[in-house]
Design a protein around this ligand. Structure first.
Ligand code: PGA
Length: 253
């Protein structure tokens, strides 16, 4: 399997000064990742441009945490895919569980956003994952399978798509999935992609997310179908985030 990806989802954190300082620390501490992996920062909309100015010309790429599915017009408060490209984004996180939970995003919204991003040159990082109740009820694969299929309905190719498997019960809780438990779901997701898109499924990056730290990531990234991480809390301190990147470097030494 090829390159890994480590993406930092800053969520609703960091004013300009903090954002610029954190991005500079990540850039200056970065090991030589060219040809081995990708590092992505997803700051809030307000500091995208400031962070882009720091990472431009470095191997670090920029992502947004959300995107709207219309091109332009009377949609107060929303941000289009073209605007994000204009601000320097390469990727957009789509369908994060916090968006689904607090902002009522549906699989249908996610699908529209994925389509719009692909049409405008932004690469989607599509988030899926079951809740605690769903895992307890034994329906993890059922739930995740539907999320993946609906998100990618009508999408002909997978080459620009990244999937992030984030069990909701593991996000921000300090309770990460056991590596083998996560690997089972990653393997399942790759099989679902195989059913819908054939051999192209083999090259899709499937990131794990949920309480990833430098301490627990070594065992996770060693799993066959885990190709990286979507990191929340541990992406807010450069030493923690760089520690996770060092673990990823061990995958393709
Ligand atoms: P966490 O968040 O690492 O703080 O659990 C992950 C995410 O929500 O992407």
């Amino acid at each position: 399997m090829g390159m890994w990806m480590v993406a930092g989802n800053w969520k609703m954190n960091n004013l300009t000064g903090e954002a610029v300082a954190l991005a500079k620390d990540v850039v200056s501490g970065l090991p030589p990742i060219a040809g081995r992996g990708e590092v992505v920062l997803a700051p809030p909309f307000t500091v995208l441009k400031s962070v882009f100015d720091v990472i431009a010309g470095t191997p670090v790429a920029l992502a947004s945490q959300n995107v709207f599915f219309e091109d332009k017009g009377a949609f107060t408060g929303e941000i289009s895919s073209a605007m994000l490209r204009d601000a320097g984004c390469t990727y957009a996180i789509i369908g994060h569980s916090e968006r689904r939970k607090y902002f009522h995003e549906t699989d249908e919204n996610v699908n529209l956003k994925v389509k719009k991003c692909l049409a405008t040159g932004l690469k989607p990082i599509v988030c899926v994952g079951e809740t605690d109740e769903e895992r307890e009820a034994g329906i993890t694969e059922f739930v995740v399978g539907i999320q993946v299929k609906k998100a990618l309905a009508g999408i002909p190719a997978l080459d620009k798509i990244v999937i992030a498997y984030e069990p909701v019960w593991a996000i921000g809780t300090g309770k990460n999935a056991a590596p083998i438990e996560a690997e089972e779901v990653h393997h399942f997701i790759r099989n679902v992609l195989g059913e819908t898109h054939g051999d192209a499924s083999r090259n899709v990056k499937i990131l794990y997310g949920g309480s990833v730290t430098a301490d627990n990531f070594g065992e996770l990234i060693a799993m066959e179908n885990i190709n990286g991480a979507l990191v929340g809390g541990a992406s807010l301190k450069s030493e923690n985030f760089l520690g996770i990147i060092s673990r990823a470097m061990e995958k393709n030494k």
